[in-house]
Design a protein around this ligand. Structure first.
Ligand code: ZN
Length: 188
């Protein structure tokens, strides 16, 4: 397993639509390049202290997302997320009710932007073993999944912001935005 380079905004791959994963190749026995990629994505996410990563962020145009959040003193308000791998994820339902978070992104290091998204989503995907899975998510997990699935469609959180004056570096957010409108979350 190894830590991969993270593409930063400006790299064209972050603006491409990622290719669907061939489930037969995903579950093929023996040395399996896709399974190795997933292991490397997990390593990279943990190394970067991210709470999720999408394959285009490690310069692979494939529809794979990994997410995980282990309790961290900097973000005590967020629930833990067990390590989850989503292959070919699709949002099949979104709530009308919305919530706002200060999102960050490993491809936009140190920036935070206030983003409003549906508060609840249902995501259908396949596991790394190729099994169908359905995830019903709300609040923090819903934000993380929507942010990651956006990466598979060539979008970053800036594209979701309604007001670019609500963009700040993390340190300045901490210093000057004492009346925060929402909770900052780890980089995704
Ligand atoms: Zn991101």
């Amino acid at each position: 397993m190894s830590v991969l380079n993270v593409a930063r905004v400006g790299h064209p791959i972050l603006r491409q639509k990622a290719e669907p994963v061939d489930l037969k190749a995903l579950t093929a026995p023996g040395a399996n390049e896709l399974q190795r990629l997933i292991d490397d994505m997990v390593d990279t996410m943990r190394n970067e202290d991210g709470v999720g990563i999408a394959a285009p962020q490690v310069v692979r145009s494939l529809q794979i997302v990994v997410v995980e959040y282990r309790m961290n003193e900097r973000y005590p308000d967020q629930d833990e997320i067990p390590l989850t791998v989503l292959v070919n994820p699709v949002i099949t339902r979104s709530s009308e009710e919305t919530s706002s978070f200060w999102e960050g992104c490993l491809s936009l290091k140190d920036l935070r932007g206030l983003v409003t998204r549906p508060r609840e989503v249902t995501v259908e995907a396949h596991s790394r073993q190729g099994e169908k899975m359905v995830v019903a998510a709300q609040d923090f997990l819903a934000v993380v999944l929507q942010h990651e699935i956006d990466h598979l469609h060539g979008m970053v959180f800036l594209d979701r912001m309604q007001d670019l004056t609500q963009l700040a570096f993390a340190d300045e957010l901490q210093t000057y935005w004492t009346e925060k409108k929402a909770v900052p979350i780890p980089e995704i």
